[in-house]
Ligand binder design. Structure first.
Ligand code: ACO
Length: 321
């Protein structure tokens, strides 16, 4: 049979660091409150000239270098982002041009914080069916530009960055399964308006993330527990077969609950939250890249990636690296 193998990974974080103390200087919060409730100490903020496509390019080039292939070998680019440079062209098309690729398919996926897992799932289907051989998957976000920096309930959480994975068709096992789900019944708990469209429709809404954090938290913990069961059952695996958990980085307490469900110690979890915050659709791919590049995730090991986000959307990918 035909599988998708990971042949390269990449990541990019903007240079500017915004600490909890920096945020405490302008809104009523504190480093200890933020760290205890979320696990976050600082996050990166994109510079004025940086965009989702510019950060995606850097992450993508790293993945290409690791794989040792030319950009023109890519058949398909899938970019997950909630903060596209433009409504259109898609960020994937802008990335295609930046990479100098003339002939490939490129499109964006919008699944909020689950975007990376949705994009991986799409890429895997296109490879398995034989439609594509080499697929670039990128999650890239400038969350800092859709965050209300006066709302202490959300501004403490998010950060900017880009992660990339390059997949290639192989007769050896790679991505073993992906599982993705959506339930559109939770718009009120977590949403971000499109300010231009809202203004034209005379809806008086600022273009910022709005979240009822505590309610999102509870649904996230329960849902991620179920996706872990679904993934293990589909592959006839036990908890102990998983070497690494690569979770979406929203909150340490949510991640710890998922690790516990898997009977895993926190040292089997790739955590980037402390210095990156929640980078939405970039977070799983950034964490995966970090684990691969620092040598923790080794060839042949079993990686469970999972994410939860607005929609609600949620999903997992089981990857034999
Ligand atoms: N500093 C100090 N106090 C705060 C802050 C802050 N930054 N934020 C909220 N508070 C206060 C609240 O006003 C509230 O005060 P009150 O009791 O006087 O009303 C109190 O702290 C408790 O507020 P909660 O919202 O209940 O706090 P909670 O423990 O739930 O933590 C948090 C909030 C960190 C946002 C948490 O709920 C969370 O992480 N939620 C999940 C987020 C998530 O996973 N989102 C999904 C992915 S994001 C995406 O898809 C775009």
């Amino acid at each position: 049979s035909r599988w998708s193998n990971v042949i390269g990974t990449g990541g990019y974080l903007p240079a500017t660091i915004r600490t909890n103390d920096d945020i405490s200087a302008t809104v009523d919060t504190s480093d200890s409150w933020i760290y205890e409730r979320t696990g976050i100490k600082s996050r990166r903020i994109a510079g004025p000239d940086e965009t989702s496509s510019s950060m995606a390019e850097i992450a993508a080039r790293q993945a290409l270098d690791m794989a040792g292939i030319d950009a023109n070998e890519i058949d398909l680019i899938v970019v997950a982002t909630g903060t596209p440079d433009r409504v259109y062209p898609s960020t994937a098309c802008l990335l295609q041009e930046r990479l100098g690729i003339k002939h490939c398919v490129a499109f964006d996926v919008q699944a909020a914080c689950s975007g990376s897992v949705f994009a991986l799932s799409i890429a895997d289907q296109y490879i398995k069916t034989g439609f594509c051989r080499t697929v670039l998957v990128v999650g890239s976000e400038v969350c800092s530009r859709i965050v209300d920096w006066t709302d202490r309930g959300t501004c403490i959480l998010f950060g900017d960055g880009a992660g990339a994975v390059l997949l290639a068709a192989s007769d050896q096992p790679g991505i073993l399964s992906t599982h993705i789900h959506s339930d559109g019944g939770y718009e009120d708990l977590l949403y971000c308006p499109n300010p231009q469209v809202a203004a034209a429709a005379k809806q008086d809404e600022p273009g910022y993330i709005s979240m009822r954090g505590n309610e999102v938290f509870k649904v996230a913990v329960n849902t991620l527990g179920r996706i872990v069961d679904e993934t293990l059952e589909a592959n006839d695996l036990r908890q102990s077969d998983i070497d690494w958990l690569v979770p979406h980085q929203a909150n340490t307490r949510i991640i710890a609950a998922t690790a516990k469900k898997l009977g895993m110690d926190m040292d089997q979890v790739i955590l980037t939250l402390e210095t990156q915050g929640n980078t939405s659709s970039a977070s799983c791919l950034l964490a995966f890249n970090e684990g691969v590049r620092d040598g923790r995730i080794k060839k042949g090991q079993m990686v469970l990636m999972e994410a939860f986000g607005a929609g609600f959307t949620w999903g997992s990918a089981l990857i034999k690296y």
